[in-house]
Design a protein around this ligand. Structure first.
Ligand code: CU
Length: 83
């Protein structure tokens, strides 16, 4: 995870299915990190379930762009946990 200043960041979370190991985590992290607003990605891997992906951004990123990045990596977004 990149160094970050929590004060100026937005936190977005999505639930991703299909992830099974560290390679999956690396793929999703890499694709999401390519979005210019993304400063950091944390994945709480749940094999066989919905892995919670926490994305720290400098500005809000649309759900469609997050979904595209996750699908680019080869996985699916099951939902977002936005309150
Ligand atoms: Cu994997």
């Amino acid at each position: 995870m990149k160094e970050e200043d929590e004060m100026s960041n937005e936190i977005q979370e999505v639930l991703v299915t299909g992830m099974t190991c560290a390679h999956c985590v690396a793929s999703v992290t890499e694709e999401l990190s390519e979005l210019p607003e993304v400063r950091g990605v944390t994945v709480d891997l749940r094999v066989g379930g919905e892995s919670r992906v926490t994305i720290v951004t400098s500005a809000p990123v649309g759900d469609d762009r997050i979904r595209s990045a996750v699908e680019e990596a080869g996985y699916a977004v099951a939902g977002s946990t936005a309150e």
